[in-house]
Design a protein. Structure first.
Length: 109
């Protein structure tokens, strides 16, 4: 990918929840985030809160929107992007050092 994540999303540390856009196409993107100590969403047990995972998904969707905007000539990432999360189930909260990999896809408009 030719863009840094800072080129694609407006969030910055300590609430930035995407490190890299691994790949993207018109309809889908894959993003990764390594859980870091000091993240705003780390709870006292050293694991991310449930809301952090939803935020990671939202920022992944934002990274996809930012990529699409940059590919069409925009000079800044769009702000205020909202996505929909379907069928979310949490079985284990990630801990510091874990790597999240998320696939976001755009449904019909």
């Amino acid at each position: 990918m030719p863009y840094s994540i800072e080129d694609l999303i407006p969030q910055r540390a300590p609430i930035q929840m995407v490190d890299v856009l691994v790949r993207a196409s018109e309809d889908e993107a894959v993003c990764q985030y390594t859980v870091k100590d000091g993240n705003f969403f780390i709870e006292s047990d050293g694991r991310l809160s449930e809301v952090a995972l939803i935020e990671h998904i939202a920022q992944s969707a934002s990274a996809h929107a930012g990529w699409k905007a940059r590919e069409t000539g925009a000079t800044e990432a769009p702000i205020g992007y909202i996505g929909e999360v379907k069928n979310f189930h949490l079985y284990q909260r990630p801990k510091v050092g874990d790597v999240l990999e998320t696939v976001v896809s755009m449904g019909p408009e």
